[in-house]
Design a protein around this ligand. Sequence first.
Ligand code: G3P
Length: 215
Amino acid sequence: MKFFIDTANIEEIKKAAELGVLDGVTTNPSLLAKEDGNYKDILKRICELVDGPISAEVTALEADNMVSEASELCKIHKNIAVKVPCTRDGFIATKRLSDKGIMVNMTLCFSPLQALLAAKAGAAFISPFVGRLDDISHVGMDLIEQIIQIYENYVFSTEVLVASVRNPLHVVESALMGADVITMPFKVIEQMAKHPLTDIGLEKFLADWKKVKKD
Ligand code: G3P
């Protein structure tokens, strides 16, 4: 299972990378809007920090323009994975980009049918947004289960990248289902490492260690 971080914040990326378990980064226009500086410089810096797929999203809506924008984004670094939305034009652009060997992460996926089209178009990743489905009272993780099943039925190589992750339970369920990748906000990565019983246990061990004779 690959771990990506869902942020464009350099400090968060540095701290997550320090853990030694980071395989890539996902950004989107909303995440880049929160940061200071030119988006291309930010993406370049991220590519220097993490050796893995770094998702950068196109904002064009029409297939030809998506392809041109994708080509520009790919010039930033060899590890750029172009994020393309699951729209009609997005599928057309994805097929064209994938045929050229460009790594595409199809984003804003909310249905198994969109995921099936993404795989047929040759996307490297499909990003179903589980948190946003939960937000409207649909069980986001049900979509992950369906996509994994469909991809297994036909041995598609598109990787299931669980996105819009809001809490550690999304991570547990994704791992149990065998999702290929999960992209997590920094907060969730931090939560993964923590357990109150670990802290309480450690405190007791350290207190008892003071009572142990050392000479
Ligand atoms: O990167 C896309 C996705 O993870 C967005 O998450 O929390 O804005 O729904 P969120």
